[in-house]
Design a protein around this ligand. Structure first.
Ligand SMILES: [Zn+2]
Length: 59
């Protein structure tokens, strides 16, 4: 399977959320933004989170 994947616990949350096979960076960022808002009270993706995301999003 190809595409981008992300595990929320890689960001340091105690959380089983993960996504796989996402086609684009824009799309996966949007999914993470929605999840963060719903489950972790993250109102927005800050530059610090953005930086962390670039490390934990895998191809
Ligand atoms: Zn989460």
């Amino acid at each position: 399977m190809s595409g981008l994947s992300f595990k929320c616990k890689d960001l340091g949350f105690v959380c089983d959320f993960e996504v796989k096979g996402v086609a684009s960076r824009e799309e996966i960022t949007e999914i993470i933004r929605n999840h963060g808002k719903r489950c972790h009270q993250l109102e927005s993706i800050t530059p610090q989170i953005e930086k962390q995301l670039s490390k934990v999003i895998r191809e």
